[in-house]
Design a protein around this ligand. Sequence first.
Ligand code: NAP
Length: 288
Amino acid sequence: MAKLNINSKYRMPSGYEIPVLGYGVYQTPADIASDVVQHALKVGYRHVDSAVAYRNEQPSAEAMKKSGIPRDELFFTTKIPPRQMTYDNAKKHIKNTLQVTGFDYVDLYLLHAPYGGKENRIGAWKALVEGVEAGKIRSIGVSNYGVHHLDELEGWIKSVDEKHGKCKGGVISVNQIELHPWLARKDIVEWCQKRGIVVEAYSPLVRATKTQDPLLLPLAKKYEKTTSQILLRWSLQKGFVPLPKSVTNSRIEENAQIYDFELSDEEMKKLDTGVYEPCAWDPTVSHD
Ligand SMILES: NC(=O)c1ccc[n+]([C@@H]2O[C@H](COP(=O)([O-])OP(=O)(O)OC[C@H]3O[C@@H](n4cnc5c(N)ncnc54)[C@H](OP(=O)(O)O)[C@@H]3O)[C@@H](O)[C@H]2O)c1
């Protein structure tokens, strides 16, 4: 595994780069989002994962501007809301994101979840493709897509490319899914990694429910790290882009200190034995 550091990036199928560590702002209240994002940027994060549904695109973007870091060194992700997956809604949200953030472009725009049926999923994707063609978005992707949703989108892209030319159907750069040792989604990961699609790991800390887990505690002791750092390291070594969320300054710092140790192959395998425990809301297993 190549040596990673806080400035490491992966190249996406779009040709653009994505910082390997992201900072998630789900459930971060809008009135504190600017402060916590500024802290994250101060300690080295360069990638913020927001969404229209999180209602904090504006303060997150404000923090990015206030940081004084050049725009092209920062990476901003947002998402079309799960229950608003239509062409018209997606067009409206792309326009609105640019308006509220004041950005000239969005680095990564995702479809938040595969809801709404095939026609609407494809419709929303078409709006993202048009956003790229218009220079409003750099890279596009999906979130919570299972293999059947990915097959559906890939099939549609291929048919458009055959008819109208390469890349006319858009390029899937990212699939953002819940990923940790208890939810490894090997089928989805393999589908994406085979194609060079970047896999982003959401809820990489299992929402702080495994801090005392017996699978993690011995490793935390051995490496003098916290169990959260062990989980993030697992994610990095899997080749994922983890998106830890915290509104606590000390934890924001802790979650970025994951580059000075390496889990062995044996330890990685042991962590892979985590048992699948899907959360109640798991759209990757829906079949609409
Ligand atoms: N695409 C999707 O559908 C989707 C769904 C869920 C999440 N996401 C993305 O993934 C990001 C992370 O997911 P998540 O927020 O569900 O879960 P998470 O990052 O696994 O866990 C966040 C929880 O862990 C706590 N925490 C953070 N660092 C910690 C540490 N070092 N030690 C102990 N506790 C710690 C946080 O508390 P404090 O904040 O109080 O410090 C918070 O309660 C989101 O913010 C979002 O960007 C995407």
